[in-house]
Design a protein around this ligand. Structure first.
Ligand code: NAD
Length: 419
């Protein structure tokens, strides 16, 4: 099927970014065809027992987009909006993200269409174990390595790892990353994506002869990525003037105390009722006056409709796919720089790679070592992508895709096409 006939969807949008970048590379049509199709899409039914004894059936997905450079790699999302289309787009982005930071993985992603906020811990455990059991044959340290994403966390990974280990009759910590430290997790993994957002923001500012000090930043989404990014950006001298989560936004020109916002969100399971800033809507959060906007919630937040009202001069994509192609063009035409998701939020998968390597060695690193290696990989690849964007006169997004596509195509050519 030609990519041109795909309906406008999350995956359809994602493909547009690929096509824009591929147009700058000399790629044979056959390669292009391979890379615009997922290798494998799996849909499973997940029967599970509610606490009241009733049996329900949820739907789960795992998409293994590409294996050229290594096992599939990518998170598992628990959210009511999860669809095959969304999971495919996320797996597609993982392929380019892993190649952008040059780690030996392909791309994958999974999800279960559910609302984790209304499920008990027991129900979440049963769903996770059944989902893991359904995927036993296709995941594994050399096949496909899941990790946390929206709505999942280290505990989810522990249940997944335990279920898989029970089925294969041996302890297999390397089947997932983002695990608790006690069972083979890596130091620094929980903070890695937010830390990466901070590092690439600082790297971009350095190209403008600026530092984080005094930058006024708005962060959308206050989960694993957004809250850690906000905290580290603040620690490095930035002022966080706006934050938000699914319940709404909070604006404070003098700066939000991120630590107290995190403590509040932990205690109340959301920011709802937080008093550290004036209450605003989610839409207003994205349009606040600021220097830097960090969308770190979900995809399609900056659109053709609201991009003209963004007041930041730099957008750093903490989330996957927060900017539609239409919005991307509007931001570009307005001179707003966008540091793309496949680079900006690659800190998480980079430390996942470290975790996978540590699990395989059975030898664990100090946190300072993890953070140093993360900084090294992100800064090195940022620099290469930034230079390419200057040399080829393309956006950072196009330069990141070009770098990633080139790496995957080279590997694919060396392996050859088994056709
Ligand atoms: P999370 O579940 O920990 O947090 C998501 C946050 O977004 C929550 O605070 C939620 O309330 C908020 N949110 C949801 N809808 C919103 C809306 N409409 N407006 C404002 N806030 C909203 O998830 P996460 O792990 O922080 O992931 C966030 C994004 O980052 C996702 O796009 C994810 O794919 C991406 N990402 C995550 C990782 C990781 O390591 N966790 C790595 C790379 C990319």
């Amino acid at each position: 099927m030609s990519t041109a006939v795909r309906e406008v969807s999350v995956f359809g949008d994602a493909i547009q970014y690929f096509n824009e970048a591929a147009a700058n590379l000399e790629i044979e049509e056959g390669m292009r065809r391979i890379l615009t199709h997922p290798s494998r899409q799996v849909i499973v039914s997940i029967p599970f027992q509610r606490d009241n004894g009733e049996i329900e059936v949820y739907t789960g997905y795992r998409v293994q987009y590409n294996f050229t450079r290594g096992p599939a790699k990518g998170g598992i999302r628990y959210h009511p909006g999860v669809t095959l289309d969304e999971v495919t787009a996320l797996a597609f982005w993982m392929t380019w993200k892993c190649a952008t930071v040059d780690i030996p993985f392909g791309g994958g992603k999974g999800g279960v269409t559910c609302d984790p906020n209304v499920l008990s811990l027991g129900e979440l455990e049963r769903i996770t174990r059944r989902y893991a059991a359904e995927l036993v044959e296709i995941v594994g340290p050399d096949k496909d390595v899941p990790a946390p994403d929206v709505g999942t966390n280290p505990q989810t990974m522990a249940w997944f790892m335990d279920t898989y280990s029970m089925h294969v009759r041996q302890s297999m910590p390397g089947v997932v990353t983002g695990k608790p430290l006690e069972i083979g997790g890596s130091r620094g993994r929980v903070e890695a994506t937010g830390r990466g957002v901070m590092l690439v923001t600082a790297a971009q500012l350095a190209t403008e002869k600026r530092t984080l000090k005094g930058q006024r930043i708005v962060v959308q989404g206050f989960g694993n990525v957004g809250s850690v990014a906000a905290m580290l950006l603040q620690e490095h001298g930035a002022t966080i003037v706006g934050i938000s989560d699914v319940t709404g936004g909070y604006h404070n020109e003098k700066g939000i105390d991120v630590k107290s916002a995190i403590a509040y969100a932990q205690e109340h399971h959301s920011l709802d009722g937080f008093r550290g800033g004036e209450r605003i809507s989610n839409a207003q959060t994205l349009e606040l006056p600021c220097d830097i906007l960090v969308p770190a919630a979900l995809e399609k937040q900056l659109t053709g409709e609201n991009a003209a009202r963004v007041q930041a001069r730099l957008v750093v994509e903490g989330a996957n796919g927060p900017t539609t192609p239409e919005a991307d063009h509007v931001l570009h035409s307005r001179g707003i720089t966008v540091v793309p998701d496949i680079l900006a939020n690659a800190g998480g998968v980079t430390v996942s790679y470290f975790e996978w390597a540590q699990d395989r060695m059975g030898y664990f690193w100090k946190e300072s070592e993890v953070n140093e290696r993360l900084k090294d990989i992100l800064e090195h690849n940022f620099e290469a992508i930034h230079s390419m964007s200057k040399a080829r006169n393309v956006t950072l997004r196009t330069a990141a895709y070009m770098t990633a596509i080139d790496r995957v195509v080279k590997s694919l050519k060396i392996r050859g096409v088994y056709a």
